[in-house]
Ligand binder design. Structure first.
Ligand code: PGA
Length: 250
C-alpha cells in the first residue's frame, strides 16, 4: 500500500531560533501516530538542529536541494554525504523555484536524482506545468516530459525511493489551488504514464503528492481524491497548527 505523506517545504524561511520554536510547537501538537508520514524541510543551516530536536518523534527531516557531485570545487554547494552526515536521508529535488531561479533542467535533475539514489536517499521529485502550458493545453505533455527526462531511466527497484510531488506552478504561493478534480485528473495521468513505463505494480506503490496553496480549508477535499497521496506544503507549513491540521485532513 502506498503511503500518505505530508511534507512541509519551509523554503528560505526561519532562522535558528524560529526553527527551534516551530519545531517545539510541532512536537507539542503532533499526535503520537499521525494520520500520514510527516516531513519538514528546513533550510540547510537548520537541518542538524532540526534532526536533533526531532529524534524520537515521527517527523522526518528533509533537505530542499542537493548538489549532484560527491565533493570538490563547487563553492556554496552541499553534497548527499554531507546531508547524510547530519541525519538527513530525504531530499526535495526539482522544485519549480529551483527550476525557475536556478535554471535547473530535467537533465541536471536526472543527475541529482541518480546521486541521491546512489547514496540511498529518498527523493521528493517536484514537477508541474506553468499557466501558459495549461492554457495551451500542453500540461499533460509537459508533465510527462519532465518525468521521462528526469526519472524514466531509473530501474524498477529505484522507484521504492521516489516520492512524486505534482505542483502546478500557477498554484504555488498564489492562493490559487488546482481544484480537487484538476489534481485528480493529473495524478491519474501520472500514474497511467508510470504504468505504461514500468507496469502497474510500481505505479500503484508510488506516492504522488499535490502541492500549491494547500491549506487546512482545502486539504481534506484534495486528499480525498483517489490518486492524491498527500501534499507538499509551503506557506501553510510555517505554522504548526495549520500544518498539523493539513496532516489531520487524512
Ligand atoms: P505553497 O507552496 O503551499 O506556499 O503554495 C508549495 C510549494 O512550493 O511546495
Amino acid at each position: 500500500m502506498r503511503k500518505n505523506i505530508v511534507a512541509g517545504n519551509w523554503k528560505m524561511n526561519n532562522d535558528l531560533a524560529q526553527t527551534q520554536e516551530l519545531i517545539a510547537d510541532l512536537k507539542k501538537q503532533i499526535s503520537a501516530a499521525p494520520a500520514a508520514t510527516v516531513m519538514i524541510a528546513p533550510t540547510y543551516t537548520n537541518l542538524y538542529p532540526a534532526f536533533e530536536a526531532l529524534k524520537n518523534t515521527p517527523v522526518i527531516v528533509a533537505a530542499q536541494n542537493m548538489h549532484q557531485n560527491a565533493s570538490g570545487a563547487f563553492t556554496g554547494e552541499i553534497s548527499a554525504a554531507m546531508l547524510k552526515s547530519v541525519g538527513v536521508e530525504t531530499v526535495i529535488l526539482g522544485h519549480s523555484e529551483r527550476r525557475a531561479y536556478f535554471k535547473e533542467s530535467n537533465e541536471l535533475l536526472a543527475e541529482k536524482v541518480n546521486t541521491a539514489l546512489e547514496n540511498d536517499m529518498t527523493v521528493i521529485f517536484c514537477f508541474g506545468e506553468e499557466l501558459e502550458d495549461r492554457k495551451a493545453d500542453k500540461h499533460f505533455d509537459l508533465v510527462e516530459s519532465q518525468l521521462k527526462e528526469s526519472l524514466y531511466h531509473l530501474s524498477k527497484e529505484s522507484w521504492k525511493n521516489i516520492i512524486l510531488a505534482y505542483e502546478p506552478v500557477w498554484a504555488i504561493g498564489t492562493g490559487e489551488t488546482a481544484s480537487p478534480e484538476q489534481a485528480q485528473e493529473m495524478h491519474a495521468f501520472i500514474r497511467k504514464s508510470i504504468t505504461d513505463a514500468y507496469g502497474s505494480e510500481i505505479a500503484e506503490e508510488v506516492s504522488i503528492l499535490y502541492g500549491g496553496s494547500v491549506k487546512p480549508a482545502n486539504a481534506k477535499e484534495i486528499f480525498a481524491k483517489e490518486d492524491v497521496d498527500g501534499g507538499l506544503i509551503g506557506g501553510a507549513s510555517l505554522k504548526a497548527e495549520d500544518f498539523l491540521a493539513i496532516v489531520n485532513a487524512f
